[in-house]
Unconditional design. Sequence first.
Length: 168
Amino acid sequence: MSTTAKELLPLIRSKGKDDKYSENLCKWVKKWAKQRGNRELTAAFLHWSSLDGSHVDMIHGTTQMQQFLLGYYDDDGWFYGARLSSIVGGAAEVYAFPLSFKTTPLPDWFDGYVAGGKCFIDPEHRYYCERWQVAKNGKTRVCEWCGGVTQRKTIHRKVVKETRWVAL
Ligand SMILES: [Zn+2]
């Protein structure tokens, strides 16, 4: 997921700066639960079916993040869901993906998100600087989203050599 964190994290709106979860994702899951009863919510990665030439090529110009779906599999094997990037952006539409759209279920993803929140999407804590609370002494900072990651500041001095041409 870390390859998609750079794209996904800036889209996420939360209630507060230090909130662990996406506000829109919470709303969507509640709405979805109401509509779909007790069907299990799952994440799935959408692959293109190269065997079926009648579909529009979704892969062209589609980023990896846009292939990441949240929804459920119906009894007939169809996947009903929305793009995660649209869900966190607050404008999700649910689409039905027939069997010709190959998907790989990612059954552990949602549990991981529930446990780890936004930091589950970026476990290396590489992106989104606004998550940090710097200590008063300015030497360390702690992640406000998960509270479980602290970093210390290191200073690297760089010597830059510069070549110039000057008049004789
Ligand atoms: Zn964190």
